[in-house]
Design a protein around this ligand. Structure first.
Ligand SMILES: [Ca+2]
Ligand SMILES: [Ca+2]
Ligand SMILES: [Ca+2]
Length: 493
């Protein structure tokens, strides 16, 4: 193999976006696996394949490209640094300047061959994507990537990882009757020497899949080299489906796709918690109304819905301050009612002054108190305006307004949950939806411990922890509040 350049100590690579990095990593691991299966590591072939995935060009094309200074995504800098260190100083220079054949890879006087391999292998374990791409690029021949991958697979399939206490995933998978051919591809999971619950769930699931599909499942799930908490959940979901349905999902390449219908809620949550179909898009719409200018609570709520609960940004209508007018509200209802179907959920949050059975909108000029016919609507009138939304599958309405129980009783209806729990209980300003590692209290809201906070749990705990002497009230005619959630935000993930 010829080399692109002789940069001595200068490290070079190409600018790559994240998709490209991912594909490159997959290419490296996939082709390394193939090489290993055939009993040889052919770095020429590996390089050709990896490069064609990295930049869609052949090695010959690559040779003609201008070489740029290193410019990796900042997230990958640590990994890059680790790889760089592992290969410095003599190994990389030697590699660039000498034949890449593995048998001749190291000078006889290079004593710490094992040490280098170990460091490379560790890098790949810790940062599979980054290491895959970095190794591929910096060596121009993927020799190190091939060797690193080879080392990872063979070393872990035949003996213990140098820095851990054993191979619990390997052993467990073997014990579950999974063939050694498949088991050896699970070795990245043993990098830390322990098997966590999600990894165990994955192996359990794998053992139920027909042998012909096991390899595909492993490839789908281990593209990143780990099994995440959500993937652990996901295999429980897959396992609950009829065999034929599971197999179809695997064949479609969707086995590791956590949100098959793309509605922003993962299938595990939909199937076991939210009781919506995993293969039907369930839209979630929100109308966030806050009449007080400059308070910012509506902004917080809208961000919470989009960032944490994964509402589609275009499905969240925010009417805050001077935009929270009666006309805009009526128009927004109209807009949502044109889109929402029986598969969808609509959430409306009213936040503002009220009284005498009415809600006070902003007049468009900053005035939001002193109800008149111009700026106010009776809750019963609001209920009339909401009528077109009844075709939505479920509706949640929260009101934060000095109006007593008036809105709750006026807006009550089938498949509707109405409560005067204020929005600061709904979003993270009460600490509820802060992740548990930030606020341990969040877990207190999850009364049944399923990891998610239903509207019913929200209501109950709001009353429990509120310092307000007036208790919140709820109307839930169809009894849906225990199964009603804003999205798949998990409090203890
Ligand atoms: Ca979904
Ligand atoms: Ca769905
Ligand atoms: Ca719960």
């Amino acid at each position: 193999m010829r080399h692109l350049s002789k940069p001595s100590n200068r490290i070079v690579t190409y600018r790559l976006d994240e998709n490209v990095q991912r594909r490159a990593s997959q290419a490296v691991s996939m082709y390394a696996k193939e090489m290993l299966k055939s009993g040889s590591v052919n770095e020429e072939a590996l390089a050709e394949k990896a490069f064609s995935h990295v930049v869609g060009k052949s090695i010959d094309d690559i040779r003609k490209l201008p070489i740029e200074e290193l410019d990796l995504n900042p997230k990958l800098n640590d990994a890059w640094e680790a790889v760089h260190q592992a290969m410095q100083p003599s190994a990389i220079n030697y590699q660039l300047e000498n034949t890449p054949l593995l048998s001749e890879h190291f000078r006889p006087d290079y004593k710490d061959k094992e040490g280098l391999f170990t460091r490379l292998a560790n890098c790949i374990h810790e940062h599979p994507v980054a290491a895959g791409i970095a190794l591929t690029c910096i060596t121009f021949g993927a020799t190190a990537a091939a060797f690193g991958a080879h080392y990872c697979s063979t070393n872990q399939a035949s003996s213990q990882h140098p820095e851990d206490g054993g191979q619990p995933v390997f052993d467990y998978a073997t014990q579950k009757g999974i063939t050694s051919e498949v088991v050896k591809h699970l070795s990245p999971l043993d990098a830390d020497g322990v098997m966590d619950g999600d990894e165990k769930a994955f192996v359990d699931y794998l053992s139920t899949v027909t042998p012909s599909l096991q390899y595909k499942v492993v490839e789908d799930f281990l593209a990143e080299g780990t099994i995440s908490h959500n993937e652990g959940h996901h295999v429980c979901f897959l396992e609950s489906l009829p065999q034929a349905e599971q197999e179809q999902i695997i064949k479609d390449g969707n086995s590791a796709n956590l949100d098959i219908d793309g509605d922003g809620m993962d299938s595990y949550f939909e199937h076991f918690v939210n009781k919506t179909p995993y293969n039907v898009y369930n839209g979630r719409y929100a109308l966030v109304l806050e009449t007080t200018p400059g308070r910012g609570a509506g902004d917080t709520l809208a961000s919470f819905l989009v960032d944490e609960q994964k509402f589609e940004p275009g499905n969240v209508i925010k009417l805050c301050g001077n935009n929270a007018t009666k006309d805009n509200f009526i128009q927004a209802i109209e807009e949502v009612s044109q889109k929402a179907t029986e598969n969808d959920m609509v959430y409306i949050s009213f936040d503002g002054h009220g009284g005498r059975g009415a809600f006070c909108f902003n007049d468009g000029e900053g005035n939001n108190q002193g109800i008149s016919r111009d700026n106010g609507l009776l809750w019963t009138e609001i209920n009339d305006y909401l009528e077109p939304l009844n075709k939505a599958g479920k509706m949640l309405i929260t009101t934060f307004s000095c109006a007593g129980d008036a809105p709750v009783s006026a807006l009550s209806g089938p498949r509707r949950v109405v409560s005067d729990i204020p929005q600061y209980w709904v979003n993270n300003s009460a600490g509820l939806y802060e992740k548990v590692d930030k606020t341990p209290e969040a877990k207190l809201f999850d009364l049944d411990g399923n990891g998610y906070v239903s509207i019913n749990e929200l209501f109950k705990t709001s009353n429990k922890y509120s310092v307000d002497p007036d208790q919140f009230s709820i109307a839930d005619k169809s009894g849906i509040a225990p199964d009603l959630y804003l999205g798949d935000f998990e409090v203890d993930a």
